[in-house]
Every structure is written in C-alpha cells, then in structure tokens.
Design a protein around this ligand. Structure first.
Ligand code: 2HA
Ligand code: ZN
Length: 280
C-alpha cells in the first residue's frame, strides 16, 4: 500500500500543506476519487465487510466508487508519520446515500467532517470533467485575512487576486467563488460550494478557509498556493496604502486571453476609476 504512487502523492500534499502553515491542529481535509486501476492495485488490503453508514446527503453519480480521504479530527502533520491511522479509503453504496470504510483509520474514527462537501463537490466535478478527482480544503492565513477586508463578492475577490500576479488569471480564468460565513460540516455549505464548483476551481469560505480542486494533487495544491500567495501580496499592498498607484488594467487582462488561449470571466473586468479596492 505504502509503495503506491497514489499514497505517496496524497501524503506529499498533506506534508506540503502542513509546512505552508495551512493545517493547524486538525484543520483542513483532502479527498480523491480513485481510478479503477488504483482500486485494483490495493484491493487486497480492503475490508469489504465493513458497516454501511449514512453520508448525510446523496451522491448518485458516485455510486460504487472508492475515495481516499483524511479522517475527521486527524492532523495533516501526522499523515506521513502514520498513514493508516489518519487516512481512509471509503466506498459509496449503489444508491449514493451510504459509505463504508474499507481501509485505514485503524485506531477508529470517521472520514473528514466535511464529507458532504467533499463528496458533493467530487460529484459535480466528475459531471464537469470525468478526470477531475481532487478536492482540497485548508485554512491559509492571508486568504482568510482578506475575508475581513474584501466584500463577499465573487467579482471583486477575483479581480483583486488576479491583479496581484499575472499568472493568476491564467491559472484560474473562471475566477474565485465566495461563500458567506456559515456553519461548516453540513449540507447547506456543501450546496453553496457545489454551485461554485460547477464552473470554478476555487471557493473561499469567509472567515474559515479555502477549497480548491484539480485533476491531480499537484494541480489542486498549486492552485491553492497561487491564490494564497496573491492574497499575501494584496495584504502587503493594503497594509501600506488604500489604493494602488498602477495595476493590470481590464484591457491588459483581455490581452492575456489570446496570448494564453484562455477565456476570462468578463464580469470581473469591470471599469474602476482610481486604484481603490472594489468596484467604485
Ligand atoms: O477541522 O477544516 O472545516 C477540519 C476542518 C473543518
Ligand atoms: Zn476547515
């Protein structure tokens, strides 16, 4: 099990996220929809007799599929130290309403407390693109800090982050979705996040953290890293001044489109009079 590329890649993201300071205590969670060949590679280690439990929502398009995910209350720091204690492989049942733990969490426990958000997002992402497999959640300080300074508005949040690094619009041309503060762990916040994931790759949960998705662990982690770094730059700028002397203009963003073969969300390219934050 430990020799598989999947376990190595999953563990690497957990360790890298911890080193970045995004996973205090048991903060954050990670899930991955396994490929058939990855399931077959490790099926010998599965306990198929495990008990079925309620997911708390239904994900019919994920029926019978297998997922690798961090455990509820488990620390990202510990994944590389004891994989079997901190990570689970679960299978979803044939109507998408229940799951069973077929591997891992050897000292007891449950899959991530954000199980509904992870599975519902993985379902939406599968419908969008069958090779989208990773959903990653963490608590990065700079992005969270911005949720006290920027309005909860997808267009403003996206535009301010895009302006901080030219790479940003190229990495996430559909922008960032924002979710106002709400109680984590349940179906309501999962539904809000899924609405975003139908079209975008990043969702910011106000005063809580961020969700990013990807085809691979590298893609999801790299996306998280890019947004969080841009948020750090924005905070530095805002710490010094309430306006920018110059920045990337809407025309500048539009010139990036043909150069990189991307289409940006045009609603984020609103005109603005001076260098202040926001739409005015
Ligand atoms: O503690 O991050 O959102 C895990 C979480 C819940
Ligand atoms: Zn969280």
């Amino acid at each position: 099990m430990m020799d598989t590329k999947l376990v190595r890649d999953f563990t690497k993201l957990c360790s890298d996220g911890y080193v970045c300071g995004w996973h205090e205590r048991n903060g954050g969670n990670l899930s991955y929809r396994m490929k058939e060949e990855e399931v077959e590679e490790v099926r010998d280690f599965f306990n198929e007799d495990a008990q079925w439990r309620e997911i708390g929502t239904t994900v019919p398009d994920l029926k019978n599929e297998y997922f690798m995910m961090t455990g509820s209350g488990k620390y990202f720091r510990n994944v590389e130290l004891d994989f079997e204690d901190n990570v689970a492989i679960i299978q979803v049942n044939e109507d998408g309403s229940k799951y069973k733990i077929v591997y891992g969490l050897v000292n007891g426990g449950r899959p991530t407390s954000e199980l509904p958000t992870h599975l519902m997002n993985l379902e939406v992402l599968k419908q969008r693109d069958p090779e989208m497999r990773v959903v990653y959640h963490c608590h990065p300080a700079n992005t969270i800090a911005l949720t006290f300074l920027l309005p909860c508005d997808d267009q403003i949040f996206t535009r301010e982050i895009w302006e901080m690094m030219t790479e940003c619009p190229i990495i996430f041309p559909k922008g960032i979705g924002t979710v106002e503060w709400m109680v984590p762990g349940g179906r309501e916040i999962a539904v809000k996040t899924c609405e975003i994931m139908k079209t975008k790759d990043v969702a910011v949960w106000f005063h809580h953290g961020m969700f990013a998705c990807g085809h691979t662990f590298d893609e999801a982690f790299g996306l998280m890293h890019a947004v969080e770094k841009a948020a750090e730059i924005l905070l530095k700028v805002m710490s010094v001044s309430d306006r920018k002397l110059q920045t990337i203009t809407p025309e500048g963003f539009r010139e990036i489109e043909p150069a990189f073969g991307i289409k940006l969300d045009e609603s984020c390219l609103y005109e603005r009079k001076d260098g202040r934050i926001g739409k005015k």
